[in-house]
Design a protein around this ligand. Structure first.
Ligand code: GLP
Length: 245
């Protein structure tokens, strides 16, 4: 890190100069997404400045979302991502959306199995009294960037063996002709808390889009009830509007 000479060069508070050098290192790619920042004590020794000054510069970058502190493991670089433009009117899957952009997807599983449904799931999915629910909880990653956390509930009738979903839920539903053909989606704003913020690699309090999707078969049966948290710095949802009469 180019931290020598912070004391000597230019005017202005030291912490701002340190902040600038760190920011330059992140934006120029000298520090990469996921890299750990050296411990504050090492940075202070190295640049020959006080730890209070280092802390102040790091605090600033955490607040601006360029760094994230993870409890017990250190401070990490968050690289600004290029935003994804997502159409609001097409019923596509995450895997398809990313493939169209030439990105590879993978998942970090949070949960995958059959469960006794919650009252909410019974109601939304219209489950029979003795029905089970398949739950898929995933951190969805595109080309190594965590973009969204999705928690899907599907009637076990449509997905009796959730472990068969290795990459795409919709591809799996397609095989049994139970891929949804219509969905209602609700989008609202929310601030991320831990552990979601940590999983997405952003600071606590960062903006996110909370999206609920209820999808249906042509028969009107509900297939999926999914709650997702999309990174606010990575997504633009775009809808075409037409004048109705
Ligand atoms: C989107 C939707 C989810 C849906 C998922 C399926 O992300 N928000 O409601 O479950 O796509 O994606 P895939 O088929 O890649 O698992």
């Amino acid at each position: 890190l180019p931290l020598e000479g912070l004391q000597a060069g230019g005017s202005g508070p030291l912490y701002l100069k340190l902040r600038q050098s760190l920011e330059d290192a992140i934006l120029s790619g000298k520090l990469n997404h996921g890299d750990a920042l050296p411990p504050e004590r090492d940075l202070a020794d190295y640049a020959n400045i006080s730890r209070v000054t280092v802390r102040k510069a790091v605090d600033d970058l955490v607040r601006d979302g360029l760094l994230v502190r993870r409890h017990g493991s250190g401070t990490f670089v968050v690289k600004p991502v290029s935003r994804v433009q997502q159409s609001l009117s097409r019923l596509t899957s995450f895997t398809e959306d990313m493939a169209r952009r030439g990105l590879n997807t993978r998942a970090q599983w949070i949960e995958r199995g059959l469960f006794q449904p919650s009252p909410d799931e019974i109601m939304t999915l219209g489950l029979p009294a003795d029905g089970l629910v398949a739950r898929l909880g995933r951190l969805r990653i595109a080309d190594d960037l965590p973009l969204a956390i999705e928690r899907a509930s599907i009637s076990a009738e449509f997905l009796p063996d959730p472990t068969r979903v290795t990459s795409s839920l919709y591809a799996e539903l397609d095989k049994t002709r139970s891929r949804p053909t219509r969905a209602v989606q609700r989008i609202s704003a929310c601030a991320l808390k831990d552990p979601d913020a940590a999983m997405l690699g952003v600071a606590v309090g960062s903006a996110s889009l909370s999206i609920e999707r209820i999808s249906y078969l042509a028969s009107g049966r509900v297939v999926e009830f999914t709650r997702s948290l999309y990174r606010g710095d990575a997504y633009d949802f775009v809808a075409e509007l037409t004048l109705s009469d």
